[in-house]
Structure formats: C-alpha cells, structure tokens
Design a protein around this ligand. Structure first.
Ligand code: NAD
Length: 445
C-alpha cells in the first residue's frame, strides 16, 4: 500500500488537519470537469448576488444532500446476468420530500442525475409546491431489453433505492424512457417490500392505481400555458405562429398537439429517428399516430424528411427543445430563427448558447418553469393519493394553469425588476424560497 499523501494524512488525524479553503467543493462536485452539474453551478453563481443575506446559505445548493449509486443485476432472457448502474440523488429536502423523475438512457451519468436533481429543487420551489429536488436513472438503452428484462431491471432498481425513497421521503416519477407501466412496477415493488400498498411512493402511475387524470399531458400543457403567456408579452399571436419541436414524446408530442389545437403551425418535428418538415404545418394527430405505430417520426408521409442538423435553421417563431439536454450549443444558437425558445426538456441550452440567444433578443423560457407542469400535477396526484379522494380532469387542468400562470407572472416581474433573464429570475425566486426554509430550520445539530 502506498504512503498517504500529506493532505490525506493530515485529514486522518482530525483536529490537526490544516483548514481546507472555506467552502472548497470536493473534487467530484467541481464545475470545470462536470458537464450538466457544472452548468448548474454556474447558474447558482449567477444568482448569488441577488440573494441578499440568504447568500450565506448558498453553499447548501452546491452539494447534493444524498447521492446513491446502485448495482442493478438481472437475469436476461438468455439466462446470462447483466449489471446496470443506477442512481438516485436527493439534492435538497429543505422544503419537503425529494421529488423528481427516473430516466432510463444509455448516456445517464452521476453528473447528469445530480444536475437534474438540483433543477428539480429549483423547479419545485419556483411553482411553490412543498417538495425538495431529487432525480434517478439507470444507464441503459431500454430498447435493447425485452419487456420481462425491463420489468426485472425496474424492480431490482426500485428495491435497491428503496432505502431512501418513500411517500414522505422521496417520490419518483416518469422521465425519459419511463412511463406509467414503469411507475406501476415501482409502486408494486416498493409496496411488496413494505408489506402494504403505498400508492404515494411514485407519481405518474396509471389512473387505476391512484394516478391522476391529466398527469400524462401535464408537462406539455404547462409548456403551452407559459408559452402562451410569454407570447402575449411579446405581442405574438399563437394563431398562425410557426412552431418547431425537438423530441416528440410525452412533453414534445403533447405541447405540439396543444399548439396545433390553438391554431399554430407545427412546421418541423425532430426525434431520435429523424426530422420532418412541412411549411403549411404538419398534421400533428396523424404524426402522433405514425409515431405510436413506427416508434419514431421517420417515414412520415405527411412531410419532407430533413437532415438532423437542418432542424436548427427551421424558419419558425417558437422553438421547443423537448428531448435531451445540451442540444442548443455554441454551434447552432446563432442559427435559430425563433423569437422564443420554450425549454420543454431539462437543460437543453448550454450557458454559452443562452448568452447568444439573449444577445440575439430571443426570449428563453427556461426549463425550471417551462416544464414544471408535470411536477405540479404530480403534486396533485400525491395529494389525491393521501386523501384517497380524486378530482376530475377539468379541476386538475384549471388548477395547473393557475399555478403555472401565478409562477410565471412572478418570474416575469422579477426579470423586469432586476433586468435579468427569465432563467436568473426563476433561480432568484426559487433559491430565495429554498434558502429561507434552510434558515428557518437552522442547522442540525
Ligand atoms: P420521452 O421519452 O417521452 O420522449 C423523448 C423524445 O425525445 C422522444 O421523441 C425521442 O425520440 C426524442 N429524442 C431522444 N433522443 C433524441 C435526439 N438525440 N435527438 C432528437 N430527439 C431525441 O421523454 P419526455 O418525458 O417527453 O422527456 C423529454 C424531456 O423533457 C427530458 O429532458 C425530460 O427530462 C423533460 N421533462 C419531462 C417531464 C415529464 O413529465 N415527462 C417533465 C419535466 C421535464
């Protein structure tokens, strides 16, 4: 065994250790080497000057409260054993239990899950639901698994993270490549381990298992709600507006449908399989039916196929990135023709691209408010599960719109007041709320 370095040795003897620079972040949390987490840290730094006396607590936001890495071994159908890496990160629980989705994707990393969990803290505080932020994921391409393998992987993962989740501790929900069925398996696994049915442990469940009406459409509906409000501020009519959407799943598909229903022209749609374009507007219901059958937009006869890269040049008024993070970058931000970008996805715009869009006077509705509709209705679902009393869809949609509009109005006013972007304004409101509760609670012990 090699000799400990001076720093390690000093740390090992406790009181004799030289003081670390105050607030030094552990290396795995530092900004420069950590894609999405680094981006999040830069966003926190940007907002710190606006936090007044609460800035003394800001370091709380720069560290996840708890991060769990789990091995997920399963039997594949051919009898062999495969191991997957899973994560659950609880970023902050000052305002309530952790809350955030679970993602199954081959590119999932700890840095990504940490950033997504932190953005959940911000988002939940921005719409003022009583939750902290959390997120989970498994590094896997679920399309390579059979249904049986997917179920076994989901159940084993749920069992492994079962020590930190629970209806009052941390409540997962769907995200990329996870859906109502995955939530049903998660709920069942957790309930089996607990010995009683615990519907409140996840949201985004099937309605017959304590899910909420309106949950599936909630994120897209929220995107549409804040998009409409912002368009009003810009003096832009939705009727006839040209919309380009990247990602045509739960968020992008629903947002496209609602914009089309309101009279907008959805001119371009891109997903993992390809890109389709039609100047007069794509037939969105027909495209949704095509995707349901063929698992992607490629091959849709009602539009022209476009190259993946040409999507960013689409002549449009509104662009909705609703796929993955890191899509709008230094390379393509200068080419976007929209007047407004609505971030349906989490983290789709890099900070450099954000600056370019702002210089070009393109309004960005940031993820931390634009896609908060999902977690808002997740909150309604959790409340309904606890009271075992379920609301009708009309009531849910009306409450969702009210929450989103109230939050967006406050963000718009804060942005005007401080002359900052909507992203910074959302962070100002959210960080203030989180750190205020931190201060009220004080530090244990
Ligand atoms: P989904 O799995 O339903 O859909 C994802 C879509 O993105 C699919 O159409 C897929 O084909 C497309 N896609 C994947 N890789 C792509 C690529 N390289 N290029 C273009 N398109 C690609 O997922 P979702 O639930 O709609 O989530 C989309 C985004 O919205 C994610 O960033 C997620 O974190 C965020 N989000 C989702 C919710 C929710 O309630 N589902 C809530 C808030 C935020």
């Amino acid at each position: 065994m090699s000799a400990p370095s001076p720093a390690t040795a000093a740390t090992a003897i406790g009181n004799a250790a030289p003081a670390l620079p105050q607030h030094a972040l552990p290396s795995y949390l530092q900004a420069d080497q950590l894609g999405p987490w680094g981006i999040y840290l830069q966003q926190v730094d940007r907002v710190t000057p606006y936090l007044g006396h609460l800035a003394r607590w800001v370091e709380t936001l720069k560290r996840p409260k708890r991060a769990l890495i789990v091995d997920v071994p399963i039997h594949l159908d051919d009898g062999s054993v495969a191991h997957f890496e899973g994560y659950r990160v609880q970023h902050n629980t000052s305002r309530g239990p952790g809350k955030g989705g679970v993602r199954f994707h081959q590119d999932v990393t700890l840095s990504e899950v940490m950033a997504l969990s932190a953005w959940m803290s911000i988002k939940n505080a921005a719409v003022n639901v009583p939750y902290g932020g959390a997120k989970g994921g498994i590094r896997v391409d679920p399309r390579t698994l059979s249904r049986g393998e997917l179920e076994r992987m989901t159940r084993r993962y749920t069992s492994e993270i079962g020590i930190i989740i629970g209806p009052n501790k941390d409540i997962p929900a769907p995200d990329v490549n996870t859906n109502e069925q995955i939530m049903a398996w998660m709920m069942d696994t957790y309930s089996m381990n607990q010995g009683s049915t615990a519907t409140g442990v996840v949201t985004g469940k099937p309605v017959d298992l304590g899910g909420s009406l309106g949950r599936r459409e909630a994120t897209g509906r929220g995107v549409f709600t804040v998009g409409t409000q912002a368009a009003h501020h810009l003096g832009m009519a939705i009727q006839g507006a040209r919309v380009a959407v990247q990602g045509f799943g739960n968020v992008g598909g629903v947002a496209a449908k609602l914009f089309a229903q309101a009279g907008a022209r959805v001119v371009s749609v891109q997903d993992h399989s390809g890109t389709v374009y039609r100047e007069a507007g794509l037939d969105v219901p027909a495209l949704l039916a095509h995707v349901a059958e063929h698992r992607g937009v490629a091959g849709f006869a009602g539009g022209e196929a476009m190259s993946r890269d040409a999507f960013w040049d689409t002549p449009c008024d509104i662009m909705i990135p609703a796929a993955l993070e890191g899509q709008i970058t230094l390379t393509n931000a200068g080419r976007i023709q929209a007047r407004m970008v609505i971030e349906g996805a989490n983290g789709p715009t890099t900070p450099e691209a954000d600056d370019i869009l702002s210089e070009r006077n393109i309004l960005v509705l940031p993820d931390v408010i634009a896609n908060a509709g999902g977690v808002t209705v997740s909150y309604f679902e959790w409340v309904q599960d606890f009271s075992s009393f379920f609301w009708d869809e009309e009531e849910i949609n009306a409450r969702l719109v009210r929450v989103m509009q109230t939050a967006f109005d406050a963000i718009w006013q804060t942005a005007q007041q401080h002359r900052v972007s909507l992203r910074t304004a959302t962070f100002i409101i959210a960080c203030t709320r989180i750190l205020h509760t931190r201060e009220l609670r004080g530090l244990y012990p």
